[in-house]
Design a binder for this molecule. Structure first.
Ligand SMILES: [Zn+2]
Length: 64
């Protein structure tokens, strides 16, 4: 098992965490069909559309 060679000082540890461990909110885009927010390059969970076509049938279809 790998063992740390030496103690990492608080300054070095905090410097590492300051720049690399930044959390950012996930990007959201508006669905071109229903306008709901969803992740880019993913199917819209509301209507099941991606790239202008139906990818997956969604159970909650209120058009009948
Ligand atoms: Zn949609």
């Amino acid at each position: 098992m790998a063992v740390p060679k030496g103690k990492v000082s608080k300054a070095r540890r905090d410097k590492r965490r300051s720049s690399v461990w930044k959390l950012s909110a996930p990007a959201l885009v508006k669905c071109s069909k229903c306008g709901a927010l969803h992740m880019p390059h993913r199917m819209c969970p509301e209507c099941g559309y991606y790239n202008g076509r139906q990818v997956k049938a969604v159970a909650v279809e209120a058009e009948k």
